[in-house]
Design a protein around this ligand. Sequence first.
Ligand code: BGC
Length: 313
Amino acid sequence: DVPDREGRVANVALGFATADDYVRDSPYFGAITGRYANRIARGHFALDGVEHRLAVNSGTNALHGGLKGFDKHLWKAEATDAKDGVALRLSRTSPDGEENFPGTMPVEVTYTLTEANELRIDYRATTDKPTVVNLTNHSYFNLAGEGSGSVLGHVLQLNASRYTPIDRFAIPTGEIAAVTGTPMDFTHPTAIGARIRNDFEQLRLGFGYDHNYVLDRPDPDDSGLVVAAVAIEPNSGRRLETRTTEPGIQFYSGNFLPGSYVGTSHRIYRQSDGFALETQHFPDSPNKPNFPSTVLRPGETYRSTTIYAFSTV
Ligand code: BGC
């Protein structure tokens, strides 16, 4: 629950009323997605000359870790100490060969609710064989409150002057394109819905916004926290600032919310009733040598941090 500018609280994350609903069928509401969040083309990649075949679970692609990805497992949960708030540590070990990914992978994800109204998510993973990893959180937000209707009036700013255009299979073409002069440009605060119906090929291919943005960093080699996105809901004044150590963020305008999920407050969610800001490495990186690498090798530790900070304006 997050207060608005008058102090009235609302639940700003889409979800279900019961735990059973999540188990039955969820479009990744609030989920940790992995081992590889987002898409791998044709569920196929080669690593060190070895071919790996994953299940194709979304059109022609592997999406969000496969048929039984990280979102569909029950994780071990423990309360843990944090100097700046309260924390929950989630952990599980993904076995070697799970969903055909190589390597045993112990994973730890710590959620900290800080005194500053931030939700900080720290990810950590290791492996015993060379593998790929890309973890994110797939929360859908509606800063007016879940179940209150469309998010098209939210004003969004993305700290990204470039993005990765997609083909008709929603796979990046490999090109890194400038957003300038297109409806993809959120470098200045703009309503999500302002241009979503423009006749622009990328919006047709994504059925709206469903694109990876390349975050601007003063030093491209720096992987410290950077502000990736700011979303404001004008009526309530609620503001969500997303900071991350990741190189990219998938901005998804809830295009495939079908109108058949009944949410936490027993209201039906329809297309664009929520949006996601999935901090991540770029989609299909295992097949794109020009994208930042998602390879993890024995002896290395994967680390990633994302902060969702709430305030009002
Ligand atoms: C993808 C969408 C997909 C959604 C739910 C997002 O990360 O980019 O295409 O529909 O997840 O599966």
